[in-house]
Design a protein around this ligand. Structure first.
Ligand SMILES: Cc1cc2nc3c(=O)[nH]c(=O)nc-3n(C[C@H](O)[C@H](O)[C@H](O)COP(=O)(O)OP(=O)(O)OC[C@H]3O[C@@H](n4cnc5c(N)ncnc54)[C@H](O)[C@@H]3O)c2cc1C
Length: 290
């Protein structure tokens, strides 16, 4: 199928793009990045837009660079670039671990980091990871930009804090904590399909005890979920399987899954506990040798 007719705009600068977004905000406009989520929806006529603002010529938004001890990733950076970046591997290894699980190679050649995060699918890998990493999302509009913490960015299913006249321009990821390890694990039907349940964990050790833990889950709510009570339960604990099992139980309590053809509510809750426990174990083992 082909999409319904629309006006096509191809700005060549961020200024031009945000000016268009402002001018057309009352007129049902959408940003087009890699098109890997948007185009199927338009082609199948599940949605229509009046104006499509193609940002693929905004080459200034295609970068990965060290930032403040961590990392800054331009919104138009393709998944594939990030997957093979040594800066990402050293400064945000959770992303490197998760990207091979996103779709297939063709999807990752076109799909963008900003597009995945702006799309805000709760079963997608990158929104969950942005939350686990305490990322900041930089959104720009005519006349300036603002920074939104990941914890305030995901509002509900496919809905973020980006306003109609704003463009996501950069993803900022803080430096990983000292002596930390990470893990991203997901349950999916097969490699490259969306997660049924996923768990992202970062564990830092100090003197053989957990000094910091960060946990986010995907597929168990209308947004990715941060498991704060589970994180709290781990602080000061020895990295034992009992502590991880209890954290898994608490994380599962924080979920609000829906049932679908892939699993019931109870199944998703149970899998959340299992995948959190496993992710914490792997992250702690990596932290022990970091
Ligand atoms: C076969 C297939 C399998 C897939 N499997 C997975 C998977 O396993 N895991 C997964 O996470 N994803 C998967 N995807 C989706 C893929 O990762 C998309 O690339 C991603 O979700 C969106 O990125 P994009 O650049 O293609 O954005 P687009 O499709 O162009 O846009 C998606 C949405 O984000 C908005 N948007 C994009 N960029 C910006 C921006 N800079 N500022 C503001 N709004 C913006 C658009 O307006 C649109 O609403 C799959 C896709 C396909 C086709």
């Amino acid at each position: 199928m082909k999409p319904a007719p629309f006006f096509y705009h191809a700005p060549t600068s961020v200024d031009e793009a945000v000016a268009l977004l402002q001018d057309l905000q009352e007129e049902d406009s959408k940003v087009l990045a890699g098109g890997q989520s948007l185009m199927p929806v338009l082609n199948m006529r599940l949605a229509r837009v009046k104006h499509l603002i193609d940002i693929n010529k905004l080459h200034d938004l295609d970068y990965i660079r060290p930032f403040d001890g961590g990392l800054a990733i331009g919104a138009l950076t393709r998944h594939r670039m990030a997957e093979h970046s040594t800066d990402v591997a050293t400064r945000a290894p959770l992303i490197t671990e998760a990207l091979p699980l996103v779709g297939d190679r063709q999807v990752r050649f076109r799909g963008t980091i900003g597009g995945s995060i702006a799309h805000a699918d709760p079963v997608a890998e990158l929104p969950t990871i942005a939350l686990a990493l305490d990322a900041d999302l930089v959104v720009s509009k005519r006349g300036g930009s603002r920074t939104v913490p990941a914890s305030e960015f995901f509002i509900t299913f496919l809905t973020t804090a980006i306003e109609d006249d704003e463009l996501l321009t950069e993803i900022r990821i803080p430096a990983p904590p000292a002596h930390s390890g990470h893990a991203f694990l997901e349950l999916s039907r097969q490699l490259g399909t969306y997660a049924i349940v996923s768990a992202a964990a970062v564990v830092a050790l100090d003197g053989g005890r957990i000094s910091e833990a960060r946990l986010a889950l995907g597929g168990v709510g209308s947004t990715p979920i941060r498991a704060l009570r589970a994180e709290e339960s781990l602080r000061g604990q020895a990295p034992t399987i009992e502590a991880f099992t209890e954290a898994g139980r608490l994380a599962s309590e924080a979920t609000d899954p829906s049932a679908d053809v892939h699993g019931s509510i109870e199944y998703r809750r149970e899998m959340a506990a299992v995948y959190v426990r496993r992710a914490l174990k792997v992250a702690a083992e990596r932290a022990a040798v970091a």
